[in-house]
Design a protein. Structure first.
Length: 86
């Protein structure tokens, strides 16, 4: 379970929050009672970035042989009010 702190608490105790992230803990930051951010260990961010890259690569591979539309054709269709997907 992640610790939760307010923006004000983060400002006051930033070094401590960073130390917790470095130790592997996640801290959720709230503003007016609403979750707005999280300070996470850098390994978590790296893993999320790697997962996003992998998902994008899989999606690109899945559509590698799909027909494509050139930019000029797409722009012409948009300016003529045509649906480029049609």
């Amino acid at each position: 379970m992640a610790d939760t702190v307010t923006v004000r608490e983060v400002r006051t105790h930033l070094a401590e929050v960073i130390d917790r992230a470095e130790a592997g803990q996640t801290t959720v930051v709230t503003r007016n009672g609403k979750r707005v951010a999280a300070l996470v260990p850098i390994e978590v961010l790296d893993a999320l970035d790697a997962a996003a890259d992998e998902m994008a690569a899989r999606e690109a591979e899945a559509h590698r042989h799909d027909p494509t539309v050139g930019m000029a054709e797409l722009l012409a269709d948009l300016f003529e009010g045509k649906d480029p997907a049609a």
